[in-house]
Write a protein that binds this ligand. Structure first.
Ligand code: SF4
Ligand code: SF4
Length: 214
């Protein structure tokens, strides 16, 4: 079993609370989802995963979350088993009450960071924010990355700096994800948008990791 350190869940939620931008982006994307929900709040589009430490905290404080079972989205036993098998052992799949009954105070870290993840370079530096590329074409924020607020970006960097200092293994899992993104984008012959920790916005070449300012 991997070492799972203590993480200060309440402090993380309090310090990572700025909106991504000035508008309610859910109103932009929900009309394009047949379910009528924002894509990131539709558990049939994105099953929320939380750290085990968060799950302990959430169970004590809110009724917003329950364990994800699968059939609510029509998933069959094989699909459910595969998704659980793909979930890192330090995380648990959950289902929330849905956007109409969301309790913003108890949104998971995965809700707050969406549609971004910390991009880790090949030489193991946390460069900044990269997009969950599977949601391109669905998530309005990804298509309007230049509108992401500076406050949100700064909080994101601060929270993951703190998390990685307590939990270096978690940085390794994002390094693997970043590597996967480089591989996908290299095949597509596309550069990767990075909201850099220095405040700038860049396009990163997946082969060389050269950065070009936008
Ligand atoms: S972050 Fe993206 S998917 Fe989520 S509500 Fe905003 S636009 Fe929709
Ligand atoms: S907890 Fe709220 S923000 Fe998170 S997925 Fe559910 S409805 Fe969306």
């Amino acid at each position: 079993m991997t070492l799972i350190p203590h993480i200060p869940v309440r402090e993380i939620y309090t310090s990572f609370n700025s909106p991504i931008n000035e508008i309610d982006c859910g109103e932009k994307c929900a009309p394009h989802n047949p379910s009528g929900k924002p894509f990131c709040c539709d558990i049939c589009e994105a099953v929320p995963a939380v750290y085990r430490q968060e799950w302990v905290y959430l169970q004590e404080h809110t009724n917003l979350w329950t364990r994800w079972r699968g059939p609510e989205c029509g998933s069959g036993p094989e699909e459910i088993t595969a998704l659980h098998a793909d979930t890192p052992e330090n995380m648990i799949l959950l289902a929330c009450l849905g956007p109409k009954q969301c309790q913003r105070e108890y949104r998971a870290l995965s809700c707050r960071q969406f549609p971004f993840f910390p991009y880790i370079s090949d030489d193991f530096r946390f460069l900044g924010l990269a997009c969950e590329w599977e949601f391109e074409g669905k998530c309005w924020v990804i298509e309007n990355i230049d509108k992401v607020s500076l406050a949100y970006r700064e909080e994101f960097i601060q929270i993951f700096d703190e998390l990685f200092s307590r939990w270096p293994q978690e940085m390794e899992s994002y390094a693997l994800k970043s590597e996967e993104m480089r591989s996908v984008f290299a095949k597509r012959r596309r550069r990767i948008s990075i909201l850099h920790r220095n405040g700038g916005s860049y396009l990163l070449s997946p082969g060389s990791e050269r950065l070009a300012r936008k």
